[in-house]
Design a protein around this ligand. Sequence first.
Ligand code: UDP
Ligand code: MG
Length: 332
Amino acid sequence: MSTETAPCKGEDIQISVVVPLYNEEESLPELEAWIRRVMEANKFTYEIIFVNDGSTDHSWEVIEKLSKQNPHVRGVSFRRNYGKSPALNTGFARTRGKVVITMDADLQDSPDEIPELYRMITEDGYDLVSGYKQKRYDPLSKTIPTKLFNATARKVSGIKNLHDFNCGLKSYRSAVVKHIEVYGDMHRYIPYLAKLAGFSRIGEKVVEHRARKYGKTKFGLDRFIHGYLDLATLWFTGKFGGRPMHFFGLWGSLMFFVGFIAAIVVGCAKLYNMYHGNHYTLVTNSPYFYIALTTMILGSQMFLAGFIGELIVRNSTTRNHYEIEYEINSTK
Ligand code: UDP
Ligand code: MG
């Protein structure tokens, strides 16, 4: 298909490529030309959605120029920098293709992988296929923590076949991106988000990774700290988000119970000694008194946290939001 043709109608689009970018002006023309080459060689109908995440360089002007040369190029621009996850989420909402492919803008991901990623979704029946940068061109300070990070993510999420959760190059069945919400820094856990939304056919493809050609990375080492915190959040909300009392209530009651028993033991011991004329001291001299006090206070606080959590859940607009896949004789 030549670059002069009109943009495809929404229902005809096979592939939507979503590219989040922040200050990547040098890479964009090369990336667009490469994606276009691959799409034309394979006769795919496509659209490229560039999401400009508040770049302070000339990225948006470059995108405007590219969209004039190629009608398949679409663009959306934030007024300020929000982060990769908000950029992806905004891009996802605008996709019209049957298969959605995400790709970093820095030319570290190769568009030559697109046909196989597309095939794995349409023919092999995967909901999501994640790239795996087996051979990386990143400094050691990044590759070692990355390995640790992925091992933890595999364990916590239960998605055992993924080696590289955070790979920017991924393909999705359209329904997946329309049903998950990527916010904060959650782009690192999109496969986990998809799994929590009920999309369990998650595959992996080894992809070529290239060194950054222009510009520099936008994430520092704090990515790992944030990554672990986000993983804890996801695990917790996935497990207890809809029923906080089952976590806080259980542990709160247990702690209170332990403290209560300890208080009774301390009190009874003193009464026993008094009654039998033994030597006795103030209950505050016993360490068990303080253990009893703290566990009772912490226990009731936790119970209260669970109770407040339940009140919040009860008012949440998504409390009865379920992912329905099939329905027979629906009256809607
Ligand atoms: N990115 C973005 N918003 C940000 C930071 C990064 O859209 O606030 C984009 C960036 O332009 C690139 C992709 O996210 O297209 C991945 O970023 P980067 O290459 O810096 O990450 P790394 O490859 O070092 O993990
Ligand atoms: Mg990069």
